[in-house]
Design a protein around this ligand. Structure first.
Ligand code: UD1
Length: 422
């Protein structure tokens, strides 16, 4: 398979698309399998590069990891003595820092390569370490590794707020570790993202005692062990949001199956303010059609859940570039997450960055060009612009897309787009 997507733009979208399971819920849930005695069976786990990276890491850490013929994933710990997540694996995926909490809690030690920065910003892990230290971990940082150890973790009261609000990653790590700690842990300013609630529900299904799921105050009563279970991962709200924008930008309407609209209230409300027509049907089906006239411009700031997600910022910017007026998008989670501006401008948008805001002129008519994807969601924004535009758009470095969108080219092709890999 090639490394680029070639999009013939200007074809209207119509028809139906099935939304996959949530990458960002499946990842911590897979790492939480390190906490379990016995076998875990997971349904609705998407087939993505980040999931294969997780398979490599879990196997390295002594787990069996198989995808069954029916698509379910089975994970079973067979060797619970290993505790090192090496550089060559962690460097392929930041989410591997989620090995820290479970390894520490179950095996008493975790030696995990320090993740580097990435194109969307510095991305520190101080809050992860704050949470694990509060539970009693000894932490040493040497030779690029973080070495955590503890004979037995003890429950604690932990405030996990950081300079940009709550942290999804730190909440997940601390929550996973606290399930096997002795006594009660209270996490204040916990992340409320649906992926954290899904992780907590999964842990509860395995026997963890957690109150306050979905709220900023999680109370965890430690238990001696967690037992294997079967669990179905929630639908991917970012994939859903990306297709909502695709449907609002091109064609006469598309239908999205297997969605969780309650996880997308901010996105749906803001899309409706642009004039996009969105209907919800029982059973997780949504229908989206473009606004009757040109889209209205709407100002947006990204915020922790239930605010507008930073992972939808680039895609929404691609849409707002075509709106009937100027809009401002302010990034409050990752102030430098604007690598897509220059590439969208190459496709005909008129966007400039000012501090942590993007000023978008609107009324752009996208016209195909060769562009470079810089990260997962930025790549999706370029694909959306390419589909809506005239002529041929070539998106290079599509391995970013393969990290997070299951069968993107196939799904868009089934909706009527013309996309090939080269
Ligand atoms: C997760 C998601 C990512 C999403 C992000 C915010 C996964 C695999 N990734 O990333 O797609 O964009 O949530 O919704 O689920 N921070 C600190 N110190 C820390 C940790 C975070 O200062 O120890 C800061 C970050 O730099 C950022 C903010 O807190 O500014 C939020 O980060 P966080 O919620 O932790 O994001 P991730 O879990 O890395």
């Amino acid at each position: 398979m090639g490394d680029r997507l070639i999009i013939e733009g200007g074809r209207p979208l119509s028809g139906e698309v099935e939304i996959s399971g949530a990458k960002n819920a499946a990842l911590p849930i897979l790492f939480a399998c390190l906490l379990v005695d016995g076998k875990t069976v997971l349904y609705n786990v998407p087939e993505l590069r980040d999931i294969s990276s997780t398979r490599h890491i879990l196997r390295k850490l002594g787990c069996g990891f198989e995808r069954r013929a029916d698509g379910a994933i089975e994970v079973e710990v067979v060797d619970a003595k290993r505790y090192t997540a090496p550089y060559e694996l962690v460097s392929t995926m930041r989410a591997s820092v989620w090995t820290m909490g479970p390894l520490l809690a179950h095996r008493g030690r975790a030696k995990v390569s320090k993740p580097g920065g990435c194109v969307i910003g510095a991305r520190p892990i101080d809050l992860h370490l704050r949470g694990l230290k509060a539970l009693g971990a000894d932490i040493e940082e040497t030779h690029g590794y973080i070495d955590l150890s503890a004979k037995k973790l003890r429950g604690a009261e932990i405030y996990l707020g950081g300079p940009f609000g709550s942290s999804v990653g730190a909440t997940a790590n601390t929550l996973m570790a606290a399930t096997l700690a002795e006594g009660t842990t209270v996490i204040e300013h916990a992340a409320c993202e649906p992926e954290i609630a899904d992780l907590a529900n999964f842990l509860a299904a395995m026997g963890a005692k957690i109150e306050g799921i979905g709220t900023p105050r999680l109370v965890i009563d430690g238990v001696d062990r967690l037992l294997g279970t079967e669990y179905t991962v929630i639908p991917d709200r970012i994939e859903t949001g990306t297709y909502l924008i695709a449907g609002a930008m091109s064609g006469d309407g598309i239908t999205l199956k297997n969605t969780a609209p309650d996880h997308l209230r901010a996105v749906i409300a803001i899309m409706q303010q642009t004039g996009a027509l969105i209907d919800e049907e029982p059973g997780g089906t949504m229908r989206v059609s473009p606004p009757p006239g040109p889209p209205q411009s709407v100002d947006v700031a990204t915020l922790p859940y239930p605010g507008f997600p930073t992972d939808m910022q680039a895609q929404f910017m691609a849409y707002m570039a075509t709106a009937d007026g100027m809009s401002v998008i302010t990034e409050k989670i990752y102030p430098d997450r604007f690598m897509h501006i220059m590439e969208l401008n190459r496709l005909g948008a008129k966007i400039r960055k000012e501090g942590n805001s993007a000023i978008i002129e609107g009324r752009a008519k996208y016209s195909g060009a060769e562009v470079m994807a810089s990260d997962l969601r930025a790549s999706a924004a370029l694909v959306l612009a390419g589909i809506a535009g005239e002529g041929k758009t070539i998106v290079n470095r599509i391995y970013h897309l393969e990290r997070g969108y299951e069968r993107l080219a196939e799904k868009l092709t089934s909706l009527g787009a013309k996309i090939t890999r080269d």
